[in-house]
Structure formats: structure tokens, C-alpha cells
Design a protein around this ligand. Sequence first.
Ligand SMILES: Nc1ncnc2c1ncn2[C@@H]1O[C@H](COP(=O)(O)OP(=O)(O)OP(=O)(O)O)[C@@H](O)[C@H]1O
Ligand SMILES: [Mg+2]
Ligand SMILES: [Zn+2]
Length: 333
Amino acid sequence: MALDASIMAAAYRRFQADRDARQAELDRRNSLVRLRIPRLELIDRELGSTAAKIVIAAFEEDGSPETALRELERKNLELQRERAELLVGAGYPYDYIDGTPPCTLCGDSGYLRDGAPCRCLMTYYAREQNSRLSKLLDLGTQSFATFSFDWYSADVWPEYGRSPLENMKMIREICGNYAHTFGQRSGNLLFTGAPGLGKTFLSACIAREVSELGFSVVYDTASHIFQQFESGKFGRENPYEEAPDREINRYLNCDLLIMDDLGTEMFTKFVKSAFYRIVNDRLMSRRKTVLSTNLPVDELGVQYGEAALSRIRGEYQALHFFGDDIRILKRDR
Ligand SMILES: Nc1ncnc2c1ncn2[C@@H]1O[C@H](COP(=O)(O)OP(=O)(O)OP(=O)(O)O)[C@@H](O)[C@H]1O
Ligand SMILES: [Mg+2]
Ligand SMILES: [Zn+2]
């Protein structure tokens, strides 16, 4: 998994802030409650010592530790009950000063023994990444759950031999599976078709779900991606190793790149070579890409070269969108 360093840094800051806030709240409660119920201090100290005695008794070799153990456990339960009763009696929930138990996997450190981020930290990562994706995509309203088939006609389009509705049911199914099962073995997708048919909508659905699975996801329009390449030092020997935070590294290194509106940028030799570089680099490093374009597939060869097209034909699953422009349908409804 190729996590984005700046997203992880932001996620970890929030993770720590939440952990510190929980601890501060617990400290506040403790000092307040202990002031009101001084006996708690004594009970806790005794609970701590009986816990230690239980451990010692359990390892006692000579004699039978059972009787001693049972007695200690009874004592322990009694103290716990008294503690709970004192708290409830003073108007607090019985677990008011217990705090939430730390994450069983990482002990609230955020990282596992092997250095990998823990699941609890990864939920912060996904949240941070989704908030960045939301700057360009409508993750708030566009999800598989809100995807509607109402906009697609059930009349068969003769040139395709099926209706837009049937076609979209298939595409929705493929995209759903793609997102749910995203991983090393996933392929790449190519969305083609006229404007206003849900290509960006489905990209948002995929982005959100793959991000929530804990992968790094970058969404951007092709023209913005090419701009970033152009302003970088693309073309030099090893252009991206010097500054790992540079935008173009995010495009090249993320687990899933969603490149939207391909073909709306100015066609130049630079764009052609940058596109080839992105497609080829990502295939070589087995990173996944979802491409969207209004251009027909053959036209991609004309604009970006046969070398790029041949890789797309070989390694991308092409999904063709057709139907009536939903933007216009929505306007007229
Ligand atoms: N299945 C759907 N259910 C509800 N609304 C949809 C659906 N698909 C698309 N829309 C809406 O229709 C409009 C156009 O969709 P979208 O932006 O995904 O089109 P597109 O195929 O990406 O078009 P373009 O090629 O111009 O980029 C958006 O407002 C989107 O929210
Ligand atoms: Mg679009
Ligand atoms: Zn954890």
C-alpha cells in the first residue's frame, strides 16, 4: 500500500489530538470525582494490590492456591461493587472515570509492531483523504447508495442492441464489484461516453469506497494533472525523487488514480508523453487507474499515440456509457 505522507501526517495529528482530548477529559473527571468521593482513592489502591496478589497466588507452588484465589477474587468483586455504588450514589454512571479501553491491536499508539498503521489510525487516514477528495468530488451525495437508475431509458438503442438502463445496470454492477474488492489483483477501468451520463458520479462512488478500505486514492482532471506535470521537472533523469511531496508523485504512487475528463486538455507533444508516462508507469508498478473520457477509444490512439492506446486496450476494462444527458434531463424535469 502506498500511503500519502502528507495525508498520513494530518491523520496522525488528528488521531493524537483525539487521544489527548480523551485523556484530558478523563483527568478532569477523575480530579472532580475524587474530590467529591475521597474513598475512591483507597478503593483503587486496594483493587490494584489485590490484582497483584491474585497473580502471585496463582503461581504459588506449595499448597493449594484455590482457596486464597477465591477469597481474593471475592474481595476484588466486593471492592468493584462498592466503587460502582459510590459513583452511582453520587449521581455518576458507574464507569464515569474508567475511560475507553485502548485499542487492543495497537494500545492506542496507532502503529502495529511491524510498523504498519493500525486499523484505528487508518480510519483517520480515510477520513482525511475523503475530505481532500471532497474538494473535487461530491462525496456527500454521490455514492453507490444514492446512485439512481431513474435517469436511464429502458428503450433499446439499436446501435447498441440494448437499452441505456440495461447498460447502466451492468456498469453499476462492475463498478460496485471493482470498489468492494479493490486490491493488488484489481484491473483498470476506462469510462467512455457522451457528457452527463454518470462517469464522474461513478468515479466518486469508487473513490469513496476504495478510500474507506484504506487505500490511497487520488482524483483529478486530466488537464490539471498535465498542468502539474508541466510545472514539475518532468523529462529530467529522475524528476520525482527529489521532492516526495510533489503533486506528480501522488499521481504516480497512489493505489488508485482516477483521471477524469481526458481529452478536454490542449493536445501537445508534452501532454502525449506525460499521458504515456502515467499509463505506463502505473501499469509497470501495478497501480490501478480509472480513466474517463468523452473521446471514442480509437480517438485516444490518434491523440495520445498507439503505444498508450495499446496498453489501455490490453489492460483496461472499457465501459461505454450511452443514454440521454442527465444534466439536461434534470434541468427539464
Ligand atoms: N445515476 C445517477 N443518479 C443520479 N444522478 C446522476 C446519476 N448519474 C449522473 N447523475 C447526475 O448527472 C449529472 C452529470 O453526471 P456526471 O457528472 O457523472 O456526468 P459525466 O458522465 O461525468 O459527464 P461529463 O462527460 O460531461 O464529465 C451530475 O449532476 C450527476 O450528479
Ligand atoms: Mg464528468
Ligand atoms: Zn489501533
